[in-house]
Design a protein around this ligand. Structure first.
Ligand SMILES: Cc1cc2nc3c(=O)[nH]c(=O)nc-3n(C[C@H](O)[C@H](O)[C@H](O)COP(=O)(O)OP(=O)(O)OC[C@H]3O[C@@H](n4cnc5c(N)ncnc54)[C@H](O)[C@@H]3O)c2cc1C
Length: 311
């Protein structure tokens, strides 16, 4: 009898790269929620040229997904098919010129805010309250305490699915609340941010105020994904969720935070399905109780588990 042929893995179809390509890479540990299946292939490029050459040579039928700090993501339990790209240390440069800060997309928001403070550049301190990367902030129009990325973004560069580079201004990105109209296949590479020259101590005081406010109002030491739903016009999502009796609601290992009920938390044993299912239950209850249809802010990516178990 002939031996069964070994099924080819996607990794065998990928172009060569100088960075790291990992087959069946565990992703949960890289996410704030700590849930989700494996990435079929995880690519961490060595630099921009590496990323460009890789995308250029990547067969067009292979899906590409990008994530940054994974602080606004539920990765589903079936994992992420195709190639998942993570911009790591090679994309974390931060520099300044007068009151302008340039940051690579993999730089963490808090590091950018701290660097700006140390250079005496104010106006970026709201970023210290957003635990993601600059790439995620540009995509999501991240904001806090009255400021959003669109207020400070001068321009950004992005690379598309074929490796083409695009330079855009903030106006080109069609920003609205926690949303941009940037093409889905764009991976942001860098951003130029406009600050203002200010006293370092004054900036530091504002950052401390932000830190204290967050400590008091958000479950920032939990396994969470930040605000689950966007605030609907003229409402606060947390108030609607509270009014619908969902504070503390549980499903499996997922729970609506008692500290801030627009946050879901993984109490330890949650699956992605628990979290997403709980979110949908909250949406339904809020719709039934208040007539408001909440819109997810958290991105849910990847596949549901196959019938035979996790892929
Ligand atoms: C405790 C906590 C508090 C939070 N508070 C806030 C807050 O105050 N304000 C706020 O706005 N958000 C908040 N968030 C949510 C989250 O931090 C932001 O949305 C953040 O901007 C996401 O960045 P990220 O790098 O983690 O993106 P990810 O979660 O990795 O990805 C989010 C989306 O961005 C895309 N993306 C990531 N990197 C890139 C890139 N380089 N190019 C193109 N697309 C990319 C992903 O594909 C995905 O669609 C909070 C989250 C947590 C856990």
């Amino acid at each position: 009898m002939m031996a069964a042929q070994k099924l080819a893995h996607l990794i065998d179809r990928l172009p060569p790269a100088r960075g790291t390509i990992t087959a069946d890479a565990p992703i949960a540990r890289l996410t704030w929620f700590r849930v989700g299946g494996n990435a079929e292939c995880l690519f961490e490029p060595a630099d921009q040229t590496d990323l460009q050459e890789f995308l250029n040579g990547l067969p067009s039928d292979i899906d590409v997904t990008v994530f940054g700090g994974a602080s606004n993501l539920i990765v589903r339990d079936g994992g992420i098919p195709g190639v998942t790209i993570r911009l790591g240390r090679a994309f974390s440069d931060i520099s300044n010129d007068g009151d302008i800060v340039t940051a690579s997309a993999g730089a963490m928001d808090i590091t950018v805010a701290r660097s700006a403070r140390d250079w005496g550049i104010g106006g970026l301190e709201f970023l210290s309250g957003v635990p993601g990367s600059i790439g995620g902030a540009i995509r999501m129009n991240a904001g806090a305490y009255g400021s959003e990325i669109q207020d400070i973004l001068l321009d950004a560069t992005a690379i598309d699915r074929s490796g083409g580079i695009h330079a855009v201004t903030s106006n080109d990105l069609g920003y609205s609340y926690r949303h941009s109209t940037a093409p889905d296949d764009w991976i942001f590479l860098s951003a130029t941010l406009q600050g203002r020259l200010e006293d370092t101590q004054v900036i530091n005081d504002r950052m401390n105020d932000i830190s204290t406010a967050r400590e008091n109002s958000q479950p920032i030491r939990e396994r969470t994904g930040g605000s689950t739903f966007k605030n609907p016009a003229e409402h606060k999502a947390w108030e609607l969720i509270d009014a619908s009796g969902c504070r503390g609601l549980q499903r499996g290992g997922a729970q609506v935070s008692n500290t801030h009920c627009n946050f879901l938390i993984n109490t330890g044993s949650a699956t992605a399905a628990d979290l997403e299912g709980l979110g949908e239950e909250v949406r339904q209850r809020v719709l039934d109780e208040t007539g408001v249809d909440l819109e997810w802010e958290i991105k849910r990516i990847g596949a549901l588990p196959s019938a035979g178990g996790q892929s």
